[in-house]
Design a protein around this ligand. Structure first.
Ligand code: DGT
Ligand code: CA
Ligand code: CA
Ligand code: ZN
Length: 578
């Protein structure tokens, strides 16, 4: 069990206790443990092995014993007991945006609502109209939230699917007689969520590979196991599974199969039309002459595209969004290696887990040339935001660390809150002391499009604001985006030379691909940032790059591919513009 698994169990226990109406002190102690474990930089199993669990903040003897029980058996008696009392489907209600344990308790205890479906029915039938705390507006929001949840159900965030896909890829590649394994489907295209995983392989004995595949650890159900295709379910997290399809294909048609199973379906349809016009047919085996059956291309993916007078199209662009047009594929399409640093991150000074030195060290080992430390501002109290005094201290700390550490530039910045009226949480004369300013909206996302847009535009117009952080505020599968006039925002950003963020966190990916493409088309500079709260978050840069490639971003469109000097000039240019 990982730290995250253990934290999740403690959080679930707290939720279940709260839904049952137990006392607040007990509930909070479980929440505290969840937070402590989630924030740990070291593996909890190591701490347990050293018998040091009770040294952790908020972890008493009883909690330590529970952690030991979980690590030892994978089960927790208390959790199972509670689960018998509070059904899983009641816990599901917590996933509705804006719904907390107190509201769920009320619905469950007073109206016997125990699932998304029964809640939906009750609202439709007007059965909750007289329930205290559930006014017309709240009920409308809940209905909206349920619809959103049910639409996203079954799709897994790219960042949750990626490690599992990589693990299965490597395990299969190591099997006897396996010559080649590749990812296909939406994962290869870098979609923000994936329905299932698609793997292709070429092997001496397909049937035995499929058999071994269906018996791998983590498999919870075998859906199909034949000579050329196996399909299984694998546990992602408690109660959530993902399907993995493995297909064995002959070496001579590997390219055609890889092209076909990468999709998208819409892209494939267009490609097949092109083949048909030439009197050819295209399927997962080959591109061939319809009359004679002669194979034109099949071994390599690029051969298929080339025969159809197309350049090889990067998978991220295969969505039938104009990729067949001449010059649609930029020669300098962004790659992972183009990224030189990150401009949005947190340290222990606000709600991060690592120090400035540690973040700099990790960035340096990635070959990056600069980072910018951007702590939360004072309005973000739950994130331990900095008041002006603490920000001044942080600037001094950053400057000192920058002097001490060679080989990487460390800038002092902020992620300043954009307040309700569009003004910022720090005064201009304080912002002026910083090297780079990220401005983000963290509260009050539920307003109308005009209010949200005006609020964002006001921040863009501030001469010290260089980047708008996670512009829509969405959380994939859990929080909808703010409604925004994205075109107006892009136009103003381009005009004022303010960058927009493509937040690379797997929970956000905000701007999303289509918005980033619009921004690019309107001349906006994009910064891809991990919004790291610990050194391990830097690995998420890859999800940001994939999303940027889906938007056809070129290297020069992306601020953090620029040199240190160019970024400093970017900041200066906006300040001098007024
Ligand atoms: P997903 O799994 O919903 O995230 O999306 P994909 O794109 O991975 O779709 P999936 O797993 O159903 O199929 C993988 C690829 O196989 C898909 O992108 C294109 C190809 N494919 C599957 N079924 C069809 C089909 O009926 N027609 C065509 N042209 N291609 C198909
Ligand atoms: Ca798929
Ligand atoms: Ca599939
Ligand atoms: Zn942040």
């Amino acid at each position: 069990m990982t730290n995250a698994d253990i934290a999740r169990v403690f959080k679930e226990i707290a939720d279940m206790l709260e839904i049952k109406g137990e006392d607040a002190f007990r509930i909070n102690s479980y929440r505290r443990v969840a937070r402590t474990v989630d924030d740990l930089a070291t593996d909890i199993a190591d701490i347990a092995a050293r018998d040091e669990l009770s040294n952790l903040p908020g972890v008493g003897k009883a909690s330590a014993a529970k952690i030991q029980e979980l690590l030892g058996t994978g089960w927790l008696k208390l959790r199972e007991e509670l689960a018998r009392q509070v059904p899983e489907s009641v816990l599901e209600l917590l996933r509705i945006p804006g719904m907390g344990p107190k509201k769920v308790a009320l619905l469950w205890q007073q109206r016997r609502i125990d699932s998304l479906d029964s809640l939906k029915e009750a609202i439709a039938a007007g059965g909750l109209d007289d329930l205290k705390g559930f006014g017309k507006k709240t009920l409308a929001q809940i209905s909206d939230g349920i619809e959103f949840l049910q639409r996203s159900v079954g799709r897994t965030r790219l960042g949750n699917a990626w490690p599992i896909a990589a693990e299965f890829h490597d395990t299969i590649a190591a099997m006897k007689g396996v010559k080649r394994v590749e990812q296909a489907g939406s994962l290869r295209r870098g979609r923000e969520t994936v329905g299932d995983l698609d793997l292709l392989c070429h092997a001496d004995d397909g049937e035995s590979v499929i058999k071994a595949f269906t018996q791998l650890p983590g498999v919870t159900k075998i859906l199909a196991a034949g000579g050329t295709k196996g399909s299984v379910l694998v546990e992602l997290s408690r109660g959530r599974e993902i399907q993995i399809d493995l297909r064995v294909v002959p070496e001579e048609s590997f390219g055609a199969a890889w092209q076909y199973f990468t999709g998208s379906k819409e892209h494939n349809i267009r490609l097949r039309e092109r083949a048909l016009k030439r009197g050819w047919s295209l399927n997962e085996y080959s591109l061939s002459d319809s009359k004679t059956g002669k194979v034109i291309a099949s071994r390599e993916e690029a051969d298929v595209y080339k025969a159809l007078d197309l350049p090889w199209i990067p998978p991220e662009l295969r969505e039938d969004r104009g990729e067949f047009e001449p010059d649609a594929i930029p020669p300098d399409l962004l790659t992972d290696g183009d990224i030189h640093g990150d401009l949005h991150m947190h340290t222990t000074a606000s709600d991060g887990r690592n120090t400035i030195e540690e973040m700099a060290g990790a960035a340096k080992s990635l070959g990056w040339k600069y980072i910018c430390i951007t702590e939360h501002s004072r309005s973000s109290t739950i994130a331990n935001g900095l008041d002006p005094m603490r920000l001044k201290q942080l600037i001094a700390d950053v400057r000192e660390t920058d002097r001490k550490i060679n080989g990487i530039k460390i800038w002092a910045g902020t992620e300043v809150d954009i307040l309700a009226d569009g003004s910022l949480d720090y005064a201009d004369d304080l912002l002026e002391k910083l090297d780079f300013v990220v401005a983000s909206i963290h509260a009050g996302l539920g307003k109308d499009i005009k209010t949200n847009t005006e609020r964002t535009l006001a921040a863009i117009r501030n001469p010290y604001v260089n980047l708008i952080g996670h512009p829509t505020g969405r959380m994939i599968n859990s929080r909808r985006p703010m409604s925004l006039d994205m075109e107006a925002i892009c136009r103003e950003a381009a005009k004022t030379r303010t960058a927009l963020e493509l937040n690379a966190s797997m929970y956000r990916l905000d701007l999303k691909d289509q918005h980033a493409r619009l921004a690019r088309d309107l001349g906006v500079t994009i910064a891809i940032c991990c919004d790291a709260h610990g050194v391990e978050s830097f690995a998420q840069m890859h999800y940001g790059v994939l999303t940027a490639r889906r938007a056809a971003l070129r290297k020069a469109d992306v601020l953090n591919t620029w040199t240190t000097k160019q970024i400093e000039a970017f900041v200066q240019a906006k300040r001098e513009r007024r």
